[in-house]
Ligand binder design. Sequence first.
Ligand SMILES: Cc1cc2nc3c(=O)[nH]c(=O)nc-3n(C[C@H](O)[C@H](O)[C@H](O)COP(=O)(O)OP(=O)(O)OC[C@H]3O[C@@H](n4cnc5c(N)ncnc54)[C@H](O)[C@@H]3O)c2cc1C
Length: 390
Amino acid sequence: MKRFDVIVIGSGPAGSAAARVARRYGLATAIVDKASFPRDKLCGGLFTGRSHKAMRDIFSQDITPNLFLTSTHMRFSASGRPLADIPDAPEMHLTMRRRLDAMLHDKAVASGAEAFLGCAVTQIDQDARTVQLRGGETLGYDVLIGADGVGSVVARALFGKAFDPDKTAFGLEIETPLEAAHDNAVEIDFDAAEWGYGWSFPKRKTRTVGICGLPPQNPDIKASMSRYVALTGADASLSYKGAYLPFGDYKKTPGKGAVLLAGDAAGLVDPITGEGIALAMESGALAAQAAAKAIARHAPETAMARYRPLIRPIQKSLDQARLWRLIMFPKATQGHFKKAFARGSHLQMKYLQLLAGEADYADLRWELLRRMPRLAWRFAKHRLGLRQPG
Ligand SMILES: Cc1cc2nc3c(=O)[nH]c(=O)nc-3n(C[C@H](O)[C@H](O)[C@H](O)COP(=O)(O)OP(=O)(O)OC[C@H]3O[C@@H](n4cnc5c(N)ncnc54)[C@H](O)[C@@H]3O)c2cc1C
């Protein structure tokens, strides 16, 4: 049986970042994925300034035209009705995950991680510290990093289930051909789904059109998607692909002893911006850092205790985002939010800066409360428990 200091399960942005950083610490590292690369991953592919920074820091990779389309044009709407058209927004990058993830995986392998591809992990033995791959091979680890996405087999081994389907958004997408006359605008529609939104993101040859929302509030999400597809003028004959995304329902303790979770497996997606790629890379890197410290002290079982304070700032920002969700999404407040958004160029700019990773939720809070005193009162009442929203 082969043994490694660290085994990383999953080679999406979280897993490749974890493997890359583990190698930086000189750890013997395996990266296991059930797929071979390149492989598809359902995603809008919006790559924010925060993602850019993480990719530069962890993978020494910059934005390049072969992998990214860059746009500074942003358009917001509600049921197709324009709320804001901003031609000079902060830069947004758009990518196809098939190519991005293959590049990140290659970088992890180039840094010395041993790849096991086309090998689904089927079993984890936390006492023996081994994982079993489909086909029968068994690998040993000191620290295991589960970066195996929303349906994580590692999270299931730790907690019995990977995620709560009622608190986890479901998204549908199509890749529609790019029209001859298009302006590269990045479009978001706040009304396309309940407790969620819709997007139309330009790529080099296609547009990714999709919606996502929490399942209990969207019992017929296919019908919502059909309406949004019609609004955007996308090809209505394309069949929809669907996937869950953990919309802010993160795991408070993302791991146990020598087993850590990163990225979607830990529930790290911002419910306001839908951003998961940056948080995946950041958390993967932090998990590897915690693993390295635990292994250096000959105490792999302390990895989770070392990971907890490192991951806390990301979890705190998700707590803030979840509060904003109570303003933006419930029926009682969403009309006020949309009005304030349409009226306030400062609020629009703060939201854009948030998307670009140049501002945080505290900046958005003051701008929103300044614009929406009535909404602030409703929100305060809700926080005091006097009234349930929506
Ligand atoms: C519809 C939709 C739209 C989105 N749009 C955006 C967006 O525009 N911008 C953004 O930032 N985020 C977006 N996200 C979120 C983003 O896609 C995720 O947050 C991100 O992919 C998380 O990365 P990860 O590495 O944690 O997991 P993943 O990217 O899911 O990678 C997990 C890897 O684990 C492997 N794996 C799974 N199970 C096993 C197993 N048993 N054994 C071995 N390997 C396994 C998989 O093959 C995969 O390669 C979107 C998500 C959805 C669903």
